[in-house]
Design a protein. Structure first.
Ligand SMILES: Cc1cc2nc3c(=O)[nH]c(=O)nc-3n(C[C@H](O)[C@H](O)[C@H](O)COP(=O)(O)OP(=O)(O)OC[C@H]3O[C@@H](n4cnc5c(N)ncnc54)[C@H](O)[C@@H]3O)c2cc1C
Length: 283
């Protein structure tokens, strides 16, 4: 039997800064020294209790203060279900408003992660009607069939979008093959180049990044390339050294299981997992 501490060190250590805000700050400082901005995320999702939601909102408030106090270059990223979306939309909205106010005061950009397909409607609605254009950004997933339509709506509201492939469950609402999801990513990315001045391309797919770099030689948009801590970070650091905007998503906290499970699934097969665990850190 593998004990949970061992499993945590083996699987989560590479992808997660550690349990506390200090761990995230320390990791962000390392990446900042390499010219890479951080996107700090407090782990935890799918909360059904008001106590869990209140605790998470409080930790995120403190993380925003820590970013300011330590003068690190970092955004903050939150998950709708950790702010209470499953408790009630008003709970989610009230916590998001509170965090958006605090982040604005501290000069910290606030990202909203996107989760399971059933949550997307409420989150896009809330973002478009209240948070777009206010130093708050929204994640859009290329595996969702609806995302082209969402991008058109979001562009009209002056949204700042972070484009990803999507890490949650596949369903009738999503494309099901890797090829379809990648093809849609390229279409959505092309739309962003045509209609948005500032956006983030969050992917480890180097073909996509090379295509984006070529497109941006023509469009000259404010593009940031973002990756997860522990995945292809040397490449990210090289992008920063070439003068591109680069960000790394740094999770912290003790609720590491769901996040690590998604990363293991994406790593694909054992040889990649082992390579990813033992590859020297880029920063
Ligand atoms: C900054 C950032 C924020 C994100 N936010 C969200 C969000 O809010 N909602 C959401 O649903 N998803 C989010 N994701 C995850 C995203 O949806 C994908 O699941 C994840 O990025 C893998 O897709 P990919 O674009 O890298 O392409 P893939 O085609 O999956 O991967 C490209 C290549 O990268 C390598 N690779 C990818 N992942 C790993 C890994 N874990 N270990 C080792 N190698 C790997 C593989 O070699 C693979 O061939 C985020 C990703 C990033 C980088």
């Amino acid at each position: 039997m593998i004990d949970s501490g061992f499993a945590e060190r083996l699987f989560a250590g590479r992808w997660i800064a550690g349990p506390g805000i200090d761990d995230a700050v320390r990791e962000a400082k390392k990446f900042n020294r390499a010219g890479v901005k951080a996107i700090i995320n407090y782990l935890g999702e799918e909360f059904h209790s008001k106590e869990d939601v209140a605790e998470a909102t409080d930790v995120i408030m403190r993380a925003i203060s820590a970013i300011k106090a330590n003068r690190i270059k970092a955004d903050i990223s939150v998950k709708p279900t950790q702010l209470g979306l499953l408790v009630g939309k008003q709970v989610f909205l009230s916590n998001l408003r509170k965090l958006a106010r605090e982040a604005k005061k501290a000069g910290v950009f606030l990202w909203i992660d996107m989760e399971e397909p059933e949550t997307v409607d409420s989150v896009v609605d809330a973002y478009a009607s209240e948070f777009a254009g206010k130093e708050v950004g929204l994640c859009v997933q290329s595996y969702l069939r609806r995302s082209a339509e969402d991008l058109r709506l979001l562009a009209r509201h002056g949204a700042v979008v972070r484009l990803v492939k999507g890490a949650y469950s596949l369903s009738h609402a999503t494309y099901s093959t890797h090829e379809e999801i990648t093809r849609n990513y390229l279409l959505l990315m092309q739309y962003l180049f045509g209609h948005s001045k500032r956006f983030t391309l969050a992917t480890h797919d180097l073909d996509i990044i090379e295509k984006a770099l070529k497109l941006n030689a023509r469009y000259k948009r404010d593009v940031t390339y973002a990756m997860l801590k522990g995945v292809r970070n040397r490449y990210l650091k090289d992008l920063a050294a070439r003068g591109e905007n680069a960000s790394v998503y740094i999770p912290f906290g003790d609720k590491w299981v769901s996040y690590s499970y998604r990363r293991l699934r994406e790593a694909g097969h054992l040889s990649l997992i082992v390579k990813s665990l033992f590859e020297r850190q880029g920063v």
